[in-house]
Design a protein around this ligand. Structure first.
Ligand SMILES: Cc1cc2nc3c(=O)[nH]c(=O)nc-3n(C[C@H](O)[C@H](O)[C@H](O)COP(=O)(O)OP(=O)(O)OC[C@H]3O[C@@H](n4cnc5c(N)ncnc54)[C@H](O)[C@@H]3O)c2cc1C
Length: 430
């Protein structure tokens, strides 16, 4: 990724502004040995480190920047069951396996809450999530998804909200119907990521920062090299999101970095913040380029939306996001300000299903969360740890999914994607 672009995207993050500055962790220097070397200090890598330690493996985590610097510390904070796209599981693996994958994703949200409790992570977790439609056609699509989850996945935690009831759930003219999910919710992602890192470290994992992996020498005992050191290990787990770049070309071509943006408003009065969304749930609409928002613990509106397929930050981001917020909540009027705006890259796959697998018997990877990874990364790390410990059954449900490389290779994949996305945006408008 372009360092200047990343610096711009992290400059004004509400999350960074609301956590204490930490002393940097050590840089890897010299030769280390470990059973497992994890590449990437985001939630996928940290979760795997925690689970591997619980199974008795020695673990080194190498992070190119700082722990939580990537998507895990910058996201919209929405903890959501399911996957960015559940359809490929049904289409490719059949209903039984698709239900198992769905259940694993639900376990992911349970695992997240259990870890918050077990490690006393103060991260403002609030239960409840609304998935809403902006017109009747989309409401019908959403309802059939809701019925599918209820009837085929036997998932009982979602409640349909009709057009008559929607006004009781959200004080907005924008939505016509949708559903509430009680197992989903929202939190402060950087606080949560730091909490998981602290738990992993306490359990005995060694975490290094400013230690970018530059080479992986494959073999029975892989060697993972950085500028100043190396780790000799039995297993490697790659959890670098799209920031891994060219390190491993064969997995890089199956994901595409898409820029996505979030803003935090000025603090609202507690009463006004309470009046917007029932029980202060998180909200997501079902448009292709979606709006997703939630109140923060200090009564701001944390509002995500807009994407960039060119990896260029949209022009006039603050004003355009403010306009989107006002479209949802016009009552916020001229008092509404944007105090923070930031962004990051999501690693989307062609079919928007996550891409987990092996490059060799002892090299695993987790990628392609497609913007739906806050809870799923946690359980993905657990599945990778299970697989490394010899219980690969659950990991292999995911590993069996087929993923196509983006057409056009590195140079042309972006224009091809932009054309595809324009089609879906037009569909949203019609
Ligand atoms: C703006 C934004 C909003 C989002 N909103 C939501 C949301 O509301 N809900 C949701 O479920 N998901 C959301 N997501 C997606 C979610 O944040 C991600 O799916 C998840 O955090 C991915 O975690 P990860 O550990 O795979 O990657 P990351 O958190 O990106 O971590 C990867 C780490 O690997 C490091 N790394 C890369 N290459 C190397 C190397 N060579 N050597 C060493 N280290 C390396 C990077 O520096 C980085 O820190 C959002 C993402 C973004 C960007």
């Amino acid at each position: 990724m372009n360092p200047a672009r990343e610096a711009e995207l992290t400059r004004r993050s509400y999350y960074t502004a609301t956590v204490p500055a930490l002393a940097p962790r050590s840089v890897l220097q010299g030769a280390e040995t470990a059973d497992v070397c994890v590449v990437g200090g985001g939630l996928a890598g940290l979760s795997a480190a925690l689970e591997l330690r619980a199974r008795g493996f020695s673990v080194v985590v190498l992070e190119a920047m700082q722990i939580g610097w990537g998507a895990s510390g910058r996201n919209g904070g929405q903890v959501i069951v399911g996957h960015a796209n559940d359809a490929p599981y049904v289409d490719q693996l059949g209903l039984v396996e698709a239900k198992r994958a769905w259940d694993i994703s639900v376990e992911g949200t349970d695992l997240l809450r259990a870890r918050i409790a077990e490690y006393h992570i103060d991260c403002d977790y609030t239960p409840g999530w609304l998935y809403l439609a902006v017109n009747q056609r989309k409401a019908r699509e959403l309802q059939s998804g809701f019925e599918f989850n209820r009837d085929q996945f036997s998932y009982p935690h979602q409640t349909w909200i009709s057009s008559k009831e929607i006004g009781n759930c959200i004080a907005s003219p924008r939505f016509v119907a949708g559903y509430h999910d009680a197992r989903s919710g929202h939190l402060h992602p950087l606080k949560y990521t730091r909490g998981i890192a602290a738990a992993a470290e306490k359990s005995g994992a060694k975490l290094f920062e400013n230690s970018r992996v530059t080479e992986i020498v494959r073999g029975a005992k892989p060697i993972v090299r950085t500028a100043q050191g190396s780790v000799s290990c039995q297993f490697v787990l790659l959890a670098g999101n799209c920031y891994l770049g060219n390190l491993i070309p064969e997995i890089d071509r199956r994901i595409m970095p898409v820029g996505t943006y979030v803003v935090a408003s000025n603090p609202l009065s507690p009463a006004l913040a309470d009046s917007l969304i029932k029980d202060r749930a998180a909200v997501c609409d079902s448009n292709f380029i979606l709006d997703y928002f939630r109140p923060s613990a200090d009564h701001r509106l944390i509002f995500g939306g807009r994407v960039s397929y060119s990896t260029m930050t949209p022009i006039d981001l603050d004003n355009s996001m403010r306009a989107r917020m006002l479209k949802v909540f016009p009552q916020l009027g001229s008092d509404l300000k944007v105090d923070y705006s930031w962004g990051g890259f999501v690693d989307i796959t062609m079919n928007r299903a996550p891409d987990f697998g092996r490059l060799a018997e002892n090299i695993y990877y987790l990628q392609g969360f497609s913007g739906h990874g806050l809870a799923l990364t946690g359980i993905a790390g657990k599945l990778a740890a299970e697989a490394i410990a010899g219980q690969a059954e659950r990991f292999d449900i995911y590993a069996r999914l087929k993923h196509l490389p983006f057409p056009g290779g590195k140079l042309l994949r972006t224009p091809a994607l932009v054309l595809g996305m324009l089609w879906y945006q037009l569909r949203d408008l019609v």
